[in-house]
Unconditional design. Structure first.
Lengths: 115, 112
């Protein structure tokens, strides 16, 4: 069964510093991978996704992620964090079977940004 | 364009009661999925519906049921509520062209 691990429960960075959030997946085939962000009390907003092709994908709000098959990783990065980036970040993998698809999420990483 | 909408936003129930949550997908999306997010956890898959048929079910008891209507909106029903059902319930509609799910703001259910 597919699974997603986010090793860091909580990360604190200073505004303007770079950010990397880790995500490791377990999946039998080439995965479809996603990063979502959730602000307090809100739903999930899609940041970016990887299906195939270029292993470096660009998303919204200046985020990017790199797919590394050899490390089963899909880490999220941002070169300069803004205070408004404080939120919870979820990595997810989707299992597609015909018309059925199920997202499996990691436990999330809470990002705190200090001024 | 309107995104995924859910109602109500908040709900308080007592143990043993029943609850119905509603979701309207993005226009043109025919698939709706439901997820439960307990505080401090990632969302857990409950159901997926496509063209009014159940296409997937997560590891949830039979107290949880859902249906999809001809206009592709959906309802999630939970019977005999337990304290542990307190959570944020998220609905997502799927764009099959991009295999991407878009989430609504969620319904926060508190069971007392």
């Amino acid at each position: 069964a597919q699974s997603v691990t986010q090793p860091d429960i909580h990360i604190t960075v200073s505004e303007g510093a770079s950010l990397e959030l880790r995500c490791n997946y377990s999946y039998g085939a080439t995965p479809y991978l996603f990063w979502y962000v959730q602000s307090p009390g809100q739903g999930l907003q899609l940041l970016l996704k990887y299906f195939s092709g270029d292993t470096l994908v660009q998303g919204i709000k200046g985020f990017e992620a790199e797919f590394k098959r050899s490390q089963s990783s899909f880490n999220l990065r941002k070169p300069s964090v803004h205070w408004s980036d404080a939120a919870e970040y979820f990595c997810a993998v989707v299992l597609v079977t015909g018309t059925a698809s199920k997202l499996t999420f990691g436990t999330g990483t809470r990002l705190q940004v200090t001024l | 364009d309107a995104g995924v909408t859910q109602s109500p936003t908040h709900l308080i129930k007592t143990r043993g009661q029943q609850v119905t949550l509603r979701c309207s997908p993005i226009s043109g999306h025919k698939s709706v999925s439901w997820y439960q997010q307990v505080l401090g956890q990632g969302p857990q898959f409950i159901f997926q519906y496509y063209e009014k048929e159940e296409r997937g079910r997560g590891n949830f008891p039979d107290r949880f049921s859902a249906r999809q209507f001809p206009n592709y909106s959906s309802e999630l029903n939970v019977n005999a509520l337990l304290l542990g059902d307190s959570a944020l319930y998220l609905c997502a509609s799927k764009d099959y062209a991009t295999e991407t799910q878009y989430f609504g703001p969620g319904t926060r259910l508190l069971v007392l």
